[in-house]
Design a protein. Structure first.
Length: 68
């Protein structure tokens, strides 16, 4: 994800990894929306990559809305 964001913004920011202070935190998941899809018919209409691109574009269009 960092690579996608860097590509979109033209940056080269390296992530800083820190130890998670939450002992019971679930670090990895195997998310699956199939039950939600079966119940509601919902399907993603854009790819993950396109979603990242749209979010980055929005931040670039509205820089004053960024949290300081």
């Amino acid at each position: 994800m960092i690579e996608l964001i860097n590509d979109e913004l033209g940056t080269h920011i390296e992530p800083k990894y820190i130890e998670n202070p939450l002992a019971e935190y679930v670090n990895d998941t195997m998310a699956d929306y199939s039950k939600s899809h079966e119940a509601t018919g919902w399907e993603a209409t854009i790819s993950f990559e396109e979603g990242v691109s749209r979010v980055c574009e929005s931040y670039q269009r509205h820089p004053t809305r960024r949290k300081q």
